[in-house]
Design a protein around this ligand. Structure first.
Ligand code: SF4
Length: 711
C-alpha cells in the first residue's frame, strides 16, 4: 500500500511578511504547497514567489552536495569529508587568531538563516573567539530602521501588527513598493480599501510603481528629499492644529527643537526641493492630521540611504507629534525585507549587538552574556566590522579570513568591483551555501554544503514579531548538513566541545530563550514544542501590555506601547530635529543622472532560488534600465536600445525601457542579476557606491551618479 500524503505547516522563506504555508509530501515523493488558511499573517494567501517555493527544493540540479577544500587558489576545489573540511577550517582560524588576534576572522551571514543558526554563530565568535566580527546582509536592508526605532522609541521594536491594517484609515507608504515586494500585506491593504473606500493611501516614491498606481495620492519626490517632505508635513500638522499636545507633553521629549527646525522651510520651498506640488503635500498632511488610524510603511527607499536613519526618524516624528502610535491602526511599520532579519537581531546578529537586544558597548550586557555562556574570553567592548567594512578590511589585509553563510555578496553588496577585488586578495574564504550558483563559491578555499528550506528545522520571526517553527520535511541531498549542525561541529573542532555539545536545534532554541528573560523581547518558556502546538507567538510574551492577546491559540503581544511607556530610560519617546540635506554622491557634468536600484515582482534577491523557477522567470526575463523619455531622447536612445550605464566605479550594459514611470534625471535598474552568459556587466551594484549612513552603516544603494549612452 502506498503511504498516505503527509502535510506539514511551515513558513515561506522569502520575505519578512512570513506567510504560513502547508507543504504536502505526496506518496510518490512529489511536493505540493498552499497557503496556510489558519496562519494569522497571510490567512491562506501566497504571492507568486511563495506559490512556487516547492519547485526550488524539488530541483536539485544546482545543489552543493559534499564539502570541498583547496590548499591554494591555483588548485581546483577537491571533495573532502566533513571532518577534513572542518578541521582544515579550524586549523586556519586558530593559526590566524593566534598570529593576528581574534579580529582577523569574521562571519558574514544572512537574514535567511534560522534563529538557532544566528544564535550559534554569535555565541561562537562573540563569546568564544572573542571578536564581534559578525554581520549580516540585514545590514544592507534594515539597519537604518533599527537605529531609527532605537533613537526614537528606545528599542529595535516594531510597535504594530498586521491587524492594524484593517484598523487604519490612512496608509502612508514611503520608499517601498509592497504591491511587488510585500504582496500579501498589500493584498490586505487593498481588501481593506475595497471594503472601506474612504481609506486613503498615500505613496511617496520617485518612481510610479504598482503601489503608486493604486494610491489616492502619489508624491513623486526627487530622490533623497524624504526628510524635506516629512518635515514639511510636520510643519503643516503644527500649523493646522493636528498635534496631540497631551501626548507630546506627557510622553515625548524634543518637540520644541523639532518645531524650530521644521519652521525653517516654507511649504513652497519644500515643494520646490521635493519636486511635487505644495497642494499635494498639504493634502497628505490633512489626511494624516484628520485620520483615526495613521499607519506608515517603509522599506529600502528610506533605509538604503546615506541619511537613512534620519529619514526613518523624520517619519516616526509624524506619529509622535500626533500621538498616532500604540493604538489600533496607528504606528510606524518598517516592512522587513528578509524572512528572519528580526529573528537574527534577537540573537545578536549584527556587529554591534548581543542576544536579547543587548549592546556590545554596554559593560553590564557583556557581563550578563559572559556569565550566561561561561565564556573563556572577554566579549570585545567595541562593535565588530559591519558588512561593507568587512570587505574593505579584506582588501586591506586587516581581515584575514571570512566565512560567508547563505548570502551572495558578489551580487548584493555595493561597489561590486571593489568587493570582487577584496575576495580575490583575501587569504581564506569559507562559503557555506545551498547552491553552486552563489558567485562566492569561485573564491572559496572551503565549500560547505548546507541543507535548504524544508531540509532542516528551526524558527523565524516575521515583520510583526511573530515567531514560527519550520519543520524538517525532507532529507538533504548528498552530504549537505543543517547550518546549525555545521556550526556546532566547527565550534567543537575549535576546542569548544562542552559549550557546543548540542544534538538538536531544539536544545539550541531552549538555550536562546533563556537569554531573553527580563528583556523587552522576552520569550521565556517558548520552545519548539510550544511553537508546534500554537503555530506562532508574537514577542514579547512577558510584557506588561494592555493589548496582550488573550487568545490562547495566538499568544503574545500584538501591539507595543499601548500604555505610551517607551523603552527609553525615562520612558518618553524622542522627537528629533533633523537637518534635511541629502549627502549622497553628487551628480556632475560627467555623471548627471541618478541611479536607483530595487526589486521586481517575481524575483528574490540574487536569484539563486527564484531564478530556477521557469514560471517566475516569465514575468521579467531580462534586466533593463528604466529611463525617462526626455533623457532617452537627449541621448538618441530608443525603446530596447542596448545602453551602457557608467559610473565612477564601473558599468552595466542592458536594454533601455523608456518610461515616464521614472522622473526626468532618474534611472532604475533591478538589483537581482549577477551574470548573464558569463558576463557580470548586468550587475546593478557595479555602479552603486560604498557610502554608508554614519549611524546605521547601511549603504546608499538608492542614489548613485551615472551617465547613460547608446552602446
Ligand atoms: Fe513569501 Fe513574502 Fe510572498 Fe508571503 S509575501 S508568500 S512571505 S514572498
Amino acid at each position: 500500500m502506498k503511504p498516505a500524503p503527509t502535510s506539514y505547516k511551515s513558513t515561506c522563506c522569502y520575505c519578512g511578511v512570513g506567510c504560513g504555508v502547508v507543504v504536502t509530501k505526496e506518496s510518490n515523493g512529489q511536493l505540493s504547497l498552499e497557503g496556510d488558511k489558519e496562519h494569522p499573517s497571510n490567512k491562506g494567501m501566497l504571492c507568486s514567489k511563495g506559490m512556487n517555493l516547492h519547485y526550488t527544493v524539488m530541483d536539485q540540479s544546482d545543489r552543493l552536495l559534499y564539502p570541498q577544500v583547496r590548499l591554494n587558489r591555483s588548485m581546483p576545489l577537491q571533495r573532502a569529508t566533513w571532518d577534513e573540511a572542518l578541521e582544515r577550517t579550524a586549523a586556519v582560524f586558530k593559526a590566524l587568531i593566534k598570529k593576528f588576534g581574534p579580529d582577523s576572522v569574521a562571519f558574514y551571514v544572512s537574514g535567511q538563516c534560522l534563529t538557532e543558526e544566528y544564535y550559534l554563530v554569535n555565541k561562537l565568535i562573540k563569546g568564544f573567539i572573542g571578536s564581534n566580527n559578525i554581520d549580516t546582509n540585514s545590514r544592507l536592508c534594515m539597519s537604518s530602521a533599527v537605529v531609527g526605532y532605537k533613537l526614537s522609541l528606545g528599542e529595535d521594536s516594531v510597535p504594530v501588527c498586521y491587524d492594524d491594517i484593517e484598523a487604519a484609515d490612512v496608509m502612508y507608504v514611503t520608499g517601498a513598493n509592497p504591491a511587488w515586494c510585500h504582496p500579501i500585506i498589500w493584498r490586505r491593504v487593498e481588501a481593506h480599501k475595497t471594503a472601506n473606500p474612504d481609506t486613503k493611501i498615500i505613496c511617496v516614491d520617485p518612481r510610479v510603481t504598482d503601489t503608486a498606481r493604486s494610491a489616492d495620492l502619489h508624491l513623486q519626490i526627487r530622490p533623497g528629499t524624504d526628510i524635506v517632505l516629512n518635515n514639511a508635513i510636520g510643519r503643516l500638522l503644527i500649523e493646522n492644529d493636528y498635534l496631540d499636545e497631551r501626548f507630546i507633553t506627557d510622553h515625548t521629549d524634543g518637540f520644541e527643537l523639532f518645531r524650530l527646525q521644521v519652521m525653517q522651510r516654507t511649504l513652497a520651498e519644500a515643494a520646490d526641493i521635493c519636486g511635487v506640488p505644495s497642494a499635494d503635500i498639504a493634502l497628505a498632511a490633512e489626511w494624516i492630521g484628520r485620520s483615526k488610524g495613521f499607519l506608515s510603511f517603509w522599506t529600502m527607499g528610506l533605509n538604503q540611504s546615506v541619511i537613512g536613519v534620519n529619514k526613518n526618524l523624520s517619519l516616526i516624528n509624524l506619529h509622535l507629534i500626533t500621538g498616532k502610535i500604540g493604538r489600533p491602526g496607528n504606528g510606524p511599520f518598517s516592512l522587513t525585507g528578509q524572512p528572519n532579519a528580526m529573528g537574527g537581531r534577537e540573537t545578536g546578529g549584527l556587529a554591534n549587538i548581543l542576544p536579547g537586544h543587548r549592546e556590545v558597548v554596554n559593560a553590564a550586557h557583556r557581563e550578563e552574556m559572559e556569565q550566561f555562556w561561561n565564556t573563556p574570553v572577554r566579549i570585545a567592548d567595541k562593535p565588530g566590522l559591519t558588512a561593507t567594512e568587512m570587505f574593505e578590511a579584506l582588501a586591506d589585509d586587516k581581515l584575514k579570513a571570512i566565512w560567508i553563510i547563505n548570502t551572495n555578496p558578489l551580487v548584493s553588496m555595493p561597489d561590486m568591483n571593489a568587493v570582487e577585488s577584496a575576495l580575490k586578495k583575501s587569504r581564506f574564504v569559507v562559503v557555506q551555501d545551498v547552491s553552486n550558483r552563489a558567485d562566492t563559491v569561485h573564491f572559496a578555499d572551503v565549500v560547505l554544503p548546507a541543507a535548504a528550506w524544508l531540509e532542516k528545522d528551526g524558527s523565524m520571526t516575521n515583520a510583526e514579531r511573530r515567531i514560527t517553527y519550520l519543520p524538517k520535511v525532507l532529507d538533504a541531498p548528498g552530504e549537505a548538513l543543517p547550518d546549525s549542525e555545521i556550526l556546532w561541529r566547527f565550534a567543537q573542532k575549535m576546542g569548544f566541545e562542552k559549550a557546543f555539545n548540542y544534538k538538536t536545534t531544539s536544545e539550541v532554541y531552549d538555550e536562546y530563550v533563556k537569554v531573553t528573560n527580563g528583556t523587552t523581547i522576552d520569550v521565556t518558556g517558548v520552545s519548539h514544542k510550544l511553537l508546534k502546538e500554537k503555530r506562532s507567538v508574537q514577542w514579547p510574551l512577558s510584557a506588561i501590555d494592555a493589548e496582550r492577546s488573550t487568545d490562547v491559540r495566538q499568544p503574545g503581544t500584538k501591539r507595543l506601547f499601548t500604555d505610551h511607556q517607551f523603552y527609553t530610560k525615562n520612558k518618553r519617546a524622542q522627537i528629533h530635529a533633523l537637518p534635511d540635506e541629502n549627502t549622497s554622491e553628487p551628480t556632475d557634468h560627467q555623471f548627471p543622472l541618478v541611479l536607483t536600484s530595487g526589486r521586481i515582482r517575481d524575483q528574490w534577491h540574487t536569484m539563486t532560488k527564484t531564478g530556477r523557477v521557469a514560471k517566475l522567470n516569465k514575468h521579467i526575463p531580462q534586466p533593463f534600465l528604466q529611463i525617462h523619455p526626455e533623457d532617452a531622447r537627449e541621448r538618441g536612445i530608443l525603446e530596447g536600445s542596448l545602453v551602457i550605464v557608467s559610473g565612477r566605479r564601473g558599468e552595466v550594459r542592458v536594454k533601455a525601457q523608456i518610461t515616464e514611470d521614472v522622473r526626468k534625471g532618474l534611472c532604475f535598474l533591478p538589483m537581482h542579476w549577477g551574470k548573464i552568459l558569463g558576463s557580470n556587466l548586468v550587475r546593478a551594484n557595479n555602479l552603486t557606491n560604498s557610502l554608508v549612513d554614519p549611524k546605521s552603516k547601511e549603504p546608499d544603494f538608492k542614489f548613485s551618479a551615472v551617465q547613460v549612452a547608446l552602446y
